[in-house]
Design a protein around this ligand. Sequence first.
Ligand code: IVH
Length: 654
Amino acid sequence: MTATTPDTARKRADELHEILHEHAYRYYVLDEPTVPDAEYDRLFQELQAIEQQYPQLARPDSPTQRVVGQVLEGFAAVRHAVPMLSIRTETDTTAGGAEAFDARVRRELRLTEADPPVAYSAELKFDGLAINLRYEHGVLVQAATRGDGEVGEDVTSNIRGIRQIPLRLRGVDAPVLEVRGEAYMRRDDFEAYNERQRELIAAGAKNEKTVVNPRNAAAGAVRQLDSAQSRRRPLSFFAYGLGDVQGWTVPPTHSGLLDALSAMGLPVASQRVVSAGAAGLVAFHQKIADERDRLPYDIDGVVYKVDSRELQARLGFVSREPRWAVAHKYPAQEQMTTLLGIDVQVGRTGKLTPVAKLQPVFVGGTTVSNATLHNESEAQRKDVRIGDTVIVRRAGDVIPEVVGVVLDRRSPDVAARPLFDMMSWVRGKCPVCGSPIAKEETEADWRCTGGITCPAQFKQAVLHFASRRAVEIEGLGDKIVEQLVDAGIVRTLPDLYKLGFANLVALERMGDKSARNLVDAIDKSKSTTLPRFLYGLGIRHVGETTAKDLARHFGDIHKLMDASVEQLLEVPDVGPIVAQSVHEFFEQAKDLIEAAGGKVSGSVSKKTNWLVAGEEAGSKLEKAQSLGVAVIDEAGLQALLAAPAEGVDEAAEE
Ligand code: IVH
């Protein structure tokens, strides 16, 4: 979009100055960005391109010319003994990025083709915020944010709350050793924090907010003036460099430094390599791209650093960026797109979830056209209207979510559209089965009251039962369950065990081989473990951990089925809500078993069709048997499975 004439270029550059300054302020100072990073980067690069073409437009106050950031009032200012730099970003997200960096380094070092390859250290680019930890005689005395690079904020008391950061270094007595690294929030901690916030908001708490992504959550926690509040948001830390050093011999390589930091008790990410030349960097970039979704935290790229400190010194700096390091990015995990509509989906527990229908957008490495809005109060708090420009986040294997609206882009006619509200959206009825919807006062979620008579709930219950962490029926995916349930072939969970090759091979897109594999998988699932089976039943409030606790405590399904609420309360970590829920589930179930003429047996006999064994079973089936672990017979099991797994609560599972 680079302008073609100096006049329009000047106008656009002025516009970009304004926009970028505003975004930078919201991002760095308020910790409340209103556009995704990718959008900021696009605008920034547009300005850079204009300034490159017309250098006279590169004013000293241009956002491209200075390190952004500002000291927030309320924290003491800390002047960094050694400035905190930033890293140049390689815009080419393909393999070429690593090669271009290597070529530049070699050129600047005046190396010829005859010279050996340069050794690089490659590591992750963590998406949090940079922190300087000052240790004196091995003791943590101060922690500061980067601020504008020269002056940061003293956030010592908040940083002390990060358990991974040692208050004393192992084996270090140097007068001064400053360690630099990234404070970040793990994705699971972020999800748990937001889940809790959503509950508080739905329960009517004022002044509570969710956070849009782990990076903002981390920045908010570190820069929270009240350290008690800060500790509600658990943070983690990775070390990646040094600041001021007095009286300590720095290892000759960056990789050696990371080893030394790790030996001192500081967390250093294990994903790192040393590579001779660019080839290893390209491979690292690719490998991490494949692993990115599975990492427990967000990264926005990888960083390559010249490994030798001597060569680093020879390369030096350009403005605020070292010539010896480069960040090589991955596709952004947040993007803007248009909200086309809001559908309501029915989950396994009957929970109604507003789902945003989006103009398809490439985010976090895939094209996303649906994203969750979590629940009614979240959709209302985010103030989404059909036609809005929204920010979508997709990170890891978490389902994509709408994290906010770009209000600047809202037109008056969009503003006039109604806020989402569940009752009127679905006219009071489950969009799948037509049963009335209901919401308890203390709960965030509306639910379909149809129970497993609602095909949507039943399908989800089947998928949950068959899922990897439950009894694991490999190959029983949503398309197959959809067909089996819609055709009335599977009406209860035990119906799964009546499926034969003929039923399966008749399904759409099902070949002989897949059908045979599925028959085998169903058969294999019969010898599962007790915790998995319990979890698979989808008892409300019984997630994996609780299922394990129950299995460990009772050891045997019939003891569990007979347990009174009081006995259930004896299980560590089981409270009244869980105890009640488990008790109710089995009371039901027992009647059904008797009605079905079944019995729960404590021993294995030749007639036993079903074995639901203790935790370590499966291959250790024999051991489980010799220990007399619960065995229930087929009729019993079928009755148990037929019991409506009513009202299982996904959100409240643990
Ligand atoms: S080194 C000399 N290594 O990226 C360069 N930075 O744009 C100093 N970051 O403010 C930074 N992961 O917050 C370095 N492995 C890593 C990093 C990393 C994330 C952040 C850091 C810094 C920003 C630089």
